[in-house]
Design a binder for this molecule. Structure first.
Ligand code: TNX
Length: 510
């Protein structure tokens, strides 16, 4: 159709431009298959019920909590046997929708979501939210009608690992702030939350065998504010809250660099036995654990043991980035001793991609954070069986400024406008890394310049939905023109949720 004139482009063509623009297509991430039935529409009425039993019940309760404040309807969650007018959630084991897929069918009578797992139903519910009017996200009663476009969506993710990272070390974010971000990322089917729990400026997780790490090492942050830390109970609270939203927490303790907060807390961890002062600036690469000292490994073992015990997910992220104050030989010696500890505690290692130098075993995950499409460490690592998690800094770093006028954020990896965040294909981005070796994508949010939820949200929205779509949607659906329009439709939703997003000039916000 690109060769036709403008007037002809708007003509209705079966399966063409217009079909792709249907109301049922206004979803991020783009579903794998959408079959609109424009003749049909469902309308949620005040007598409606949510039918969900057994394993579907918890998702039904969550759907009710989303819909009740704005509709003002009672929406009781009842057992099976939906009546006309009801929303039905069903676990359907026989269907091949995978661990996270779902089918959503909308007729004039009912909305039905079926999936093989509660995670799949949860994903279907996120799609349903976006098919309802934006005002459904309000916490005050709104005027309907609460219509849902007719048709059928069958959907499952391209990649199993779709992550967001929050740096709680440079600035501390409390449990409520983390939960707020979890709610937001879960709307876009993100299923991993990577928490950057330690860095030069702060140690944010209680370690009972080394209490000064959190109590002293967590007592400040960039700029000299009061900092803070999570007790193990707080951390468990976050892990459980995330799990209810089908998000797995991936905790990171950054080693052997980025450790000033630990070195400041325990003098004996330093090669010279002298504790440095706490640090509140934003330089990187100046700290290192003492590789020749035995106590270093007792320390790391204790930390990884305690953290593993409170982490139900399979991953432990051990950092490994920017170890500019550790010699290459020491780095390999250090990782050579730490990697078996991760294994001993039953976890799969994740590290920033330069830890490939230490040749972690097959199945271990390299998180790529470079700014080009190649790195000589990658192909040999893939050949050894490592998996790659893509978070290229010049595409997916949510802490990079949008443009020269953005007040928050950094710019070392360049400016990242929405189109830049969206226009790349994780399955064929890195040289020497075929799609089979790609575990998924991540959008990291470093917090040197971010102090509160407003700051988080301004940087994450709308780029987080862009990265989420690259992780979920089939490559065949990638299309900037379609994405920017669908993103525009998210504007009123984000506003109804109290999210003060960046109004990119690239997006036709209404
Ligand atoms: C690089 S990316 C870092 C972080 C900084 C970030 C700021 C990476 C693995 N390390 O220490 O916070 O840049 O954008």
């Amino acid at each position: 159709g690109a060769l036709l004139t403008g007037g002809l482009l708007t003509a209705p063509v079966a399966g063409g431009v217009e079909a792709q623009d249907s109301r049922m297509h206004q979803v991020i991430p783009a579903p794998a298959h959408v079959e609109p039935d424009p003749a049909v529409e469902f309308s949620l009425g005040e007598k409606a019920r949510i039918s969900a039993e057994g394993e579907a019940k918890a998702v039904g309760d969550q759907l009710g909590e989303i819909l009740r404040p704005s509709t003002g309807f009672e929406l009781p969650v009842v057992g099976a046997d939906p009546r006309p007018g009801d929303i039905a959630l069903e676990i359907e084991r026989s269907d091949d929708l995978g661990a996270e897929g779902y089918r959503l069918a909308v007729t004039g009578e009912n909305v039905r979501i079926e999936a093989g797992t509660p995670a799949g139903l949860f994903n279907g519910v996120q799609t349903l939210r976006q098919l309802l009017p934006a005002s459904v996200e309000s916490d005050q009663v709104q005027q309907g009608p609460w219509t849902v476009p007719g048709g059928e969506i069958t959907d499952q993710p391209r990649f199993g690992h779709r992550a967001a990272m929050l740096d709680v070390a440079r600035h501390f974010f409390d449990v409520e702030q983390v939960k707020r971000y979890i709610d937001q990322i879960s709307m876009y089917k993100v299923n991993r939350l990577h928490l950057h729990l330690s860095d030069d400026q702060g140690w944010r997780i209680q370690i009972k065998s080394w209490p000064r790490l959190a109590e002293y090492g967590g007592s400040t942050e960039v700029g000299g504010g009061p900092g803070g830390y999570y007790t193990q109970q707080d951390y468990t609270d976050i892990v459980n809250y995330a799990a209810e939203r089908h998000i797995l927490v991936v905790p990171e303790i950054d080693l052997p660099g980025h450790t000033n907060a630990a070195l400041a807390s325990y003098a004996e961890l330093n090669c010279d036995g002298v504790a440095p002062p706490l640090y509140t600036g934003i330089e990187v690469g100046f700290s290192s654990l003492c590789v020749p000292k035995e106590i270093t490994y007792e320390f790391v073992d204790d930390v990884l043991r305690e953290l593993s015990a409170i982490t139900p997910g399979p991953y432990l992220h051990i950092g490994g980035d920017e170890a500019h104050s550790t010699s290459e030989e020491d780095y390999k010696t250090f990782m050579g001793r730490v990697l078996p500890m991760v294994e001993k505690y039953g976890k799969t290692a994740v590290g920033w991609h330069e830890y490939a130098k230490a040749e972690p075993k097959a199945g271990s995950v390299l998180q790529y954070w470079g700014t080009t499409d190649s790195d000589p460490l990658l192909a040999p690592a893939v050949a050894r069986g490592n998996k790659v998690l893509l978070s290229p800094a010049n595409k997916s770093y949510l802490d990079m400024k949008y443009d020269a006028d953005t007040e928050l954020g950094l710019s070392w990896a360049g400016y990242i406008e929405v189109a830049t965040a969206y226009r790349w294909n994780p399955g064929r981005y890195l040289q020497g890394v075929p799609e089979e070796a790609v575990l998924g994508v991540e959008a990291p949010l470093w917090s040197e310049t971010l102090e509160n939820s407003d700051h988080i949200e301004f940087m994450a929205f709308p780029r987080l939905p862009a990265i989420a779509e690259l992780g979920w949607s089939p490559a065949a659906t990638h299309d900037w023109e379609s994405f920017r329009k669908r993103l525009a439709a998210q504007g009123p939703r984000l506003t109804a949720l109290g999210i003060d997003f960046y109004r990119s000039p690239q997006v036709p916000w209404s």
